[in-house]
Structures are given as C-alpha cells and as structure tokens.
Design a protein around this ligand. Sequence first.
Ligand code: IMP
Ligand code: MG
Length: 174
Amino acid sequence: MADRHPSQTLLTAVQIQTRVAEMAREIRHDYPDGLHIIAVLKGAFIFLSDLVRNMDGNVSLDFMAVSSYAKGTTSSGEVRLLKDLDTTLDGKDVLIVEDIVDTGLTLTYLQDILRARGPRVLRTACLLSKPSRRKVDVKVEYIGFSIEDRFVVGYGLDYAEQFRNLPYIGVIES
Ligand code: IMP
Ligand code: MG
C-alpha cells in the first residue's frame, strides 16, 4: 500500500497557485478588520502558507491537530484532539483552514467545538471538496476545487504520511 505512487496529476501547481491567490483575495475582502486563522494539522499546512502569503493586513494564526478515528476507509466522525489552540476565540473573526472535506464529519465536529468558544464570526475554507461523499451537510464558505471521489495526495495531503511535499495534487488509484 505505502509504495503506491500518484498515477495522474489532477491539479497542477500553477492551477493551485492561481486559485489559492483568488481565494485569499475573496477571504480578505470578507474580513475587513483582519482575521484569526485556525489551521488543521497536518494536511492544511501548505495551503495555509500559500493562502496567508497572498494576504495583507492583520492576520493571526493558531493551529489544531486532530485525528479521525477511522472506520474502514472513512472517518467515523469521532475526532481526537491531539493539539488544542493556544489562545481563546472569544469575539474574534475566525477562519478554519482545512485541506479537504470528504464526509464532512471531521469538519462538523471542529465547527461545533470552535463555535462553542464564542467567536464573532466563524467560517471555513477548504482547498478541496468531494461533494459526492458527504454524509452530513456541513457549511464551507470557501472551496478551492470540487473534485470527484478519488483519493488524492500532494500539496499537504498524504497517503500513509507520504506525498505531502508534492507541489501538485495527484491521484492514488484504489
Ligand atoms: P471527513 O471527516 O470524512 O470529511 O474527513 C476529512 C479528512 O480525511 C481530511 O481532513 C483528510 O485528512 C482525510 N481525507 C479525506 N479524503 C482524502 C484524500 O483524498 N486524500 C487525503 N486525505 C483525505
Ligand atoms: Mg485533514
């Protein structure tokens, strides 16, 4: 399994860079007073770093690390918090930055616990979305690309912890 390599490029580095810059402009426009970004480790780290480098003005960052308890190949929706935030969210204009929304269970869990901490605004940006896989109707205000039901790697996303370093998004055939 772990020796599988991406067989096909789904999104090139140039396509991703262009779209991420566009998303950054849109998000910046919607947060005129600055924003507090919460990035979900590990998958979002490259998306986050390109996103914030396309933003000017006030941007602060915090990180969360979660792990989904898998049931077979899909997440169960039960999420284990591996690293919590360093600061409070009370009254802040918050943006969650995630790599991909698949069933939506992980993101629903995260939105629920973060909303309970009293941010003034809470929105979500995901680089990728697989709408055909959704089990719960989770709200994602900013989506980079909607893709088919394929397992993808690169640009932060992994397969057995490999391929996060690829500058493009590739497909792993099942
Ligand atoms: P969800 O709870 O099913 O929405 O799962 C979301 C999480 O599963 C993401 O944050 C990823 O870590 C992981 N995931 C889902 N699809 C893929 C994929 O195609 N490649 C890599 N990771 C994925
Ligand atoms: Mg993730």
